[in-house]
Design a protein around this ligand. Structure first.
Ligand code: AMP
Length: 333
């Protein structure tokens, strides 16, 4: 039986953080064993903020290196750059006809961007969910490993696919679903206690995969806490719950149990708690960081991987576009 297809990507807007890792990349690594995986660097998506050319190129390389360092294996999946597949912008044009202004304006991410960057509300931001839908549909994927922040975009992807199928009376595009090996989609919190960890929020709010042990320790010591508990078994304020959530990901069961007990009997000392978390974070990320350093120096290997992945992704996308042109009545001459 043919393997199920999965697609996902990360924007090259900076180094990857724990949110990218636990929300997306850790799933790529598991999924490549059982799925036909297409994992890409979403370079077109990052153009909405007009990066300098040299910065974009450096960030693209960084994401590729980090994928590999985390265990994404080009022999088990297709690893490529979005911009290496010209069928994506072509299909994006077609799908823009199936996306309505009202629903695009209602997207939570769009509203957030309008709030955060009022001077740069460009059309690319508005139609971001269409491009994302096309990234997925061009490979006719069934499952999409993403963090919780992308759930609404996946719903829109399904709507666009349904509309296309319905309009042309075909059953061509599958309706893909968001996927995680956890019981629900993951959301890794920001270290300032407000919202999710995000590349756009600044250095001290993110744990980057490439951070060294010293900066991890320092960042964790600066992480936001709250008042100490005054009564046994108190509910945890959000800032503290966030730190316990991070501990759950990187520390041993004994360490987790120890600090939960300290919280519950009110003897917790935040200095000790954050110091332990900083150290465990360093231990957890050390093998990834070492691989990042090694791979960064090997441009030849990186170029080979990207070239090879690009041609595999194009091959699959070419068939989709051939079918779509036929379905919509555009002849290929
Ligand atoms: P981006 O960096 O926005 O391109 O996101 C790439 C992937 O990382 C997407 O699948 C996101 O859902 C996921 N992601 C980004 N930030 C977080 C976070 N704080 N928690 C969980 N997943 C995240």
């Amino acid at each position: 039986m043919a393997k199920e297809i999965t697609v996902s990507g990360v924007r090259p807007t900076g180094r990857q953080h724990l949110g990218n890792y636990f929300g997306a990349v850790i799933n790529f690594v598991k999924m490549q064993e059982h799925f036909n995986g297409y994992f890409f660097v979403a370079d077109y998506h990052s153009l909405t903020t007009h990066p300098k050319a040299a910065d974009l190129a450096a960030n693209v390389k960084q994401i590729v290196v980090e994928y590999l360092a985390c265990g994404v294996d080009p022999n088990k999946c297709t690893l490529y750059l979005q911009s290496a597949v010209p069928q994506i912008p072509e299909l994006y044009l077609v799908f823009n006809m199936f996306a309505y202004l009202g629903e695009l304006e209602r997207s939570a991410t769009f509203k957030e961007k309008v709030r955060d960057q009022p001077d740069n509300v460009n059309a690319g931001l508005l139609t971001y969910p269409v491009l994302m839908a096309v990234d997925i549909l061009v490979h006719k994927a069934a499952k999409v490993p993403v963090g919780k922040d992308q759930q609404q975009h996946l719903e829109m992807t399904r709507d666009f696919a349904k509309r296309f199928n319905h309009t042309y009376g075909v059953d061509y595009f599958p309706e893909p679903e968001a996927f995680s090996y956890e019981t629900s989609l993951v959301s890794i919190p920001s270290l300032d206690g407000v919202g999710k960890m995000s590349k756009s929020k600044g250095e001290n709010t993110c744990i980057y995969l490439a951070d060294d042990a010293d900066s991890l320790r320092k960042k964790m010591m600066k992480a936001k806490t709250a008042d100490s508990p005054t009564a046994p078994n108190s509910p945890k304020p959000i800032e503290i719950q966030n730190l316990f959530d991070l501990m759950q990901l990187v520390s041993s069961a004994e360490t987790n149990a120890f600090f939960h007990e300290k919280w519950n009997d009110t003897t917790i000392r935040y200095g000790d708690f954050k110091k332990q978390l900083g150290e465990d974070m360093g231990t957890y990320l050390a093998p990834i960081r070492e691989k990042i350093e090694k791979l960064s120096a090997n441009d030849k290997l990186l170029n080979e991987i990207i070239n090879d992945g690009g041609s595999k992704a194009r091959q699959n996308a070419t068939q989709t576009l051939k079918d779509v042109r036929e379905i919509i009545g555009i002849k290929s001459y």
